[in-house]
Design a protein around this ligand. Structure first.
Ligand code: SF4
Ligand code: SF4
Length: 242
């Protein structure tokens, strides 16, 4: 059985956010919820300013506090290391959200994709309503661009009153594909693979560079690793010329 992990190479990451957009599309992530997120920071004083961008997601911790705190075992570990959620067992108590030190678990306070349930035309007498559009395209099941592939292992759109979070795209892994954020990253900054294979690319990168994980001191044993840091090429400043 593989043990999955992700490595994020911060020297390669350009902070474009394509991973987050790809994640939304693949997993039908509703407004206000961010399975794939980031921590940003602007440092320094103008004109010597630097922008730091750290992509974040569920860390699929080996010792996951969200799993330990769940009274119904809705939040659970798969044998391949993925931290998974079962909305049918979830009672919406939010202990997992409270216990997660990474703030990557979200609660569905409202029916998903509220915009697409609105029966009011966008332009009165000129356009159809979002609800009509969604009904025409997909029988009103979430947004018109909803990905039915997500529905293989979770509800295609998670209902109100339960939590949701990144699953490492478990539905894609099941059929031999990689998480969609990894596929979509234009800089190849995200690498996904099996920690139990000594020659996997994740293991080679972890051996070559000094990795770190978020809040390691808590002992949660995250399976998302960061390597390197963005280091721009040396350049000579000019006064507007080339
Ligand atoms: S898509 Fe890749 S390069 Fe862009 S922010 Fe995400 S990890 Fe960084
Ligand atoms: S909100 Fe759901 S998954 Fe989270 S601890 Fe409660 S029952 Fe478990």
């Amino acid at each position: 059985m593989p043990k999955y992990a992700m490595v994020i190479d911060l020297q390669r990451c350009v902070g474009c956010g394509a991973c987050s957009i790809a994640c939304r599309n693949e997993n039908n992530v509703p407004d206000g919820i961010y399975w794939s997120n980031k921590i940003t920071e602007t440092a320094g004083t103008f004109p010597n300013v630097r922008f730091h961008y750290l992509p974040t997601l569920c860390n699929h911790c080996s010792d996951a506090p969200c799993v330990e705190g769940c009274p119904t075992k809705a939040m659970h570990k798969l044998d391949n290391g993925i931290t998974m959620h079962d909305p049918d067992k979830c009672i919406g108590c939010r202990y997992c959200q409270y216990n997660c030190p990474y703030e990557v678990i979200y609660f569905n306070w409202q029916d998903p994709h509220k915009f697409w349930r609105n029966p009011k035309p966008v332009i009165e007498g000129g356009t159809s309503s979002p609800k009509e559009m969604a009904q025409t395209v997909n029988n009103g099941n979430g947004a018109p661009y909803s990905n039915p592939g997500r529905g293989k292992t979770l509800p295609e759109n998670r209902p109100k009153g339960v939590v949701e979070k990144c699953t490492f795209c478990d539905h894609r892994i099941k059929v031999g594909e990689i998480p969609y954020c990894v596929e979509a990253c234009p800089a190849d900054a995200r690498i996904f693979g099996d920690l139990d294979k000594p020659d996997s690319k994740v293991n080679r990168l972890l051996g070559k560079f000094k990795p770190y994980r978020l809040k390691e001191r808590l002992g949660t044993e995250p399976n998302v690793y960061y390597i390197r840091s963005f280091n721009p090429a040396h350049y000579q400043r000019t006064k507007g010329g080339i």
